[in-house]
Design a protein around this ligand. Structure first.
Ligand SMILES: [Fe+2]
Length: 442
């Protein structure tokens, strides 16, 4: 209930910040009107918690088709017979009352044979669903024009050692456990845990910064097809891309718009709002490449001292403000090198929080994957059309940001809070075996 209530407070913050007309408006064809997301949150809770898990008739089954994300693309949603903001708020409150009642009456013990209820999975699934729509609504806020309506303190400045960090960290070769079979609220695409052998590689210690990315632009990176895949080059030409989304030229430098405010681009912050093609081109220009999804997860979770995979880069403790920039506490990424207490065993920082990180991998099922509870959650997206993002951005809730969580999107998408870091293969002379579990621990 606490996870559901935290999600609801954030939903209210994002939707109470604007007036009725703004809730009904479509701020971008890429996004739904905010009032669609709002009622969709209630409709999914009505369907999965009240009806499927609770075995009750539900409040508004007649709304299922209006708020079915697969039925109507985002651009067409303003034409649907949507609930008004007032009706949507009343609907969400009424559904939540039933949810509380369901929670009070069902058995959520891990031994419960109904997989929806075991370990309260369906409650976790809905809390994550609402938080993910909150993140989508945050992206809508970033796209809307007009005066700023959201406010949050800036993240703390980078720690003193940030400037002294090595540019890359080494991840020794060897097998590690990818995915999970034990996280109670993991979604189907994170299951099951399985061994993956990852050759040794080097990974950027921190995400690529605005300053580094601006060098790529200044060096003519957007004008030279040599850095781009053929699809990326066709897209960058056709879409006229010349900088991350929301950047504007300002003399020799750049400004960018951040939730309605225009400011100079901060050189030491991770770059955000770049598409996969831009990330891939930058990496090639830098003489490097994007990490694979398995490399990213190994860097984030594998503990060479024990041989096991951690829940989070820093260990198994739930994310706190000292570990990562998550949960919309701030409205921007923290400077590169922040959160030393959130570092992975390899020394890499900010793997969770700040910006989603594009990987080179297509979204694919793990060996032994089984769709649950419905194949539209993950299965219909598997294949070469979608690239995997890992790590979670500043607007991602801690309830979502597990070390195993997988996100995916089209390689042209830029309105999401996505950045990246780069990697390179290990040279033969740099090869070091992964120490045996327990080695070197007195
Ligand atoms: Fe949804």
């Amino acid at each position: 209930m606490a996870a559901l209530e935290a999600a609801r407070r954030r939903t209210e913050l994002l939707t109470d910040a604007v007036d009725e007309a703004d809730l009904l408006a479509q701020h971008s064809p890429l996004m739904s009107p905010l009032v669609w997301d709002l009622a969709h949150i209630g409709s999914q809770e009505d369907l999965w918690l009240v009806r499927e898990a609770g075995g009750r008739p539900g409040l508004r089954p007649d709304l299922d088709h209006v708020y079915d994300a697969f039925r109507t693309p985002r651009a067409d949603r303003p034409a649907l017979p949507l609930l008004s903001p007032e009706q949507a708020r009343a609907y969400l409150a009424a559904v939540r009352e039933q949810t509380a009642d369901v929670l009070a009456t069902v058995d959520t013990s891990p031994e419960q044979p109904d997989r929806l209820l075991a370990g309260a999975f369906v409650f976790g699934m809905l809390a994550q669903h609402e938080q993910q729509h909150d993140e989508t609504m945050l992206a809508t806020h970033q796209l809307r024009s007009g005066p700023p309506v959201l406010d949050a303190p800036a993240p703390p400045p980078a720690p003193a050692d940030a400037a002294l960090l090595p540019s890359e960290v080494h991840i020794p070769g060897g097998p590690f456990t990818m995915g999970t079979s034990t996280e109670p609220w993991a979604l189907d695409n994170e299951l099951p845990a399985h061994q993956v052998d990852v050759p040794g590689f080097w990974l950027d210690t921190v995400p690529v910064t605005n300053g580094a990315y601006a060098e790529f632009i200044a060096a003519g990176g957007y004008d030279d097809p040599v850095w781009w895949t053929p699809e990326g080059w066709a897209h960058v030409r056709e879409a006229g891309l010349e900088a991350p989304l929301f950047w504007e030229r300002d003399g020799e430098g750049w400004t960018r718009r951040v939730f309605g405010r225009t400011e100079p681009v901060a050189a030491d912050e991770p770059v955000v709002h770049v598409c996969w093609y831009e990330a891939d081109a930058y990496a090639r220009w830098a003489g490097r490449r994007l990490p694979t999804e398995a490399e990213w997860e190994k860097a984030a979770r594998h503990d060479p001292a024990t041989g096991r995979s951690r829940r989070y880069p820093w260990g198994d403790a739930e994310p706190g403000p000292e570990h990562a920039n998550l949960g919309q506490r701030h409205l921007r990424p923290a400077p590169a090198g922040s959160y030393p207490q959130g570092a992975a065993p390899s020394g890499a920082r900010q793997l969770l929080g700040d910006v989603w990180e594009w990987t080179s991998s297509d979204f694919a099922p793990y060996p032994g994957f089984a769709a649950f509870p419905y194949k539209e959650y993950s299965e219909v997206f598997f294949g070469p059309d979608y690239k995997v993002l890992r790590g979670g951005a500043f607007g991602v809730s801690p309830v979502v940001a597990r070390g195993t969580f997988r996100n995916w999107d089209y390689p042209i998408r830029r309105q999401i809070f996505a950045g990246f870091r780069t990697a390179r293969d290990e040279e033969p002379a740099e090869r070091q075996a992964d120490p045996a579990p327990g080695a070197g621990r007195g």
